[in-house]
Design a binder for this molecule. Structure first.
Ligand SMILES: [Mn+2]
Length: 236
């Protein structure tokens, strides 16, 4: 049977007059193409509901989205912090902890990779350019849909190395990034400026965080079976 994958909704970047939770189609397409049945999970404050979601699904995807509020990792806001929602972050962190208890597979993408690191006790660069000297461009200016913009070095023995070898090109749509990795996380890929682009959780069968958007590759070919999603669905 095809695994049922919960994709968290995210709060959109643009401010609305009413709160919205949404999910880009590319995540759903990537999962369907990889052999899973995706379902969008709203993120809100009900322990009972969140536990039901966790029980119901075989694996989970944390999508990209707005900035993570720095109070979640014990820091005050930097002047270049962008739109964020503390209430949303707190519900998501609660949901992540419930998922981790079950050891079910979890894939964090972009903001998902960042908040998953916070759930493990890690911290973030609130703004890469102003907080990290010598950083390269991570807010991509290449406009072609599905295009990549920088290279990453991949660690031997990692899931990514198994899929892509020792180096690959990735897209890059982030002004925040992982600073200190959480307990039990191991960096498995970095950009050439040293920014962490991927990590795995040592004590879990499949917990992977990637700073780029692998699902965006479906913009170029909507029927493509993408390696990360295929590997994730197999783990589910
Ligand atoms: Mn990047």
């Amino acid at each position: 049977m095809r695994p049922l994958i919960g994709v968290f909704a995210h709060a959109p970047r643009t401010l609305e007059f009413f709160a919205v939770q949404t999910c880009p189609e590319t995540y759903l397409m990537a999962l369907e193409n990889a052999g899973a049945d995706p379902v969008i999970l709203p993120v809100y404050d009900s322990d009972e509901t969140l536990r039901r979601y966790v029980q119901m699904c075989d694996g989970f995807v944390l999508p990209g989205g707005i900035d993570v509020n720095p109070l979640t990792y014990g820091e005050d806001p930097h002047p270049l912090l962008q739109g964020n929602r503390l209430d949303f972050d707190e519900c998501e962190l609660h949901l992540i902890r419930l998922i981790l208890e079950t050891k079910k597979p979890l894939l964090g993408i972009c903001r998902g990779c960042q908040i998953l690191n916070v759930a493990f006790g890690g911290t973030l660069y609130q703004d890469i350019v102003s907080m990290r000297e010598g950083a390269q461009l991570h807010s991509q200016t290449e406009l072609t849909p599905g295009a990549t913009s920088h290279r990453i070095k991949i660690e031997p023995g990692s899931i990514l190395e198994e899929l892509y070898g020792s180096e690959m090109r990735v897209n890059s749509f982030h002004h925040q990034a992982v600073k200190d990795l959480g307990n039990g996380l191991k960096a498995t890929a970095r950009a050439y400026d040293g920014i962490i682009e991927a990590y795995e959780a040592v004590d879990y069968p499949f917990v992977l965080g990637v700073q780029w958007h692998p699902e965006q590759e479906t913009n170029a070919d909507r029927t493509a079976i993408l390696p990360i999603f295929k590997r994730f669905v197999e783990a589910c």
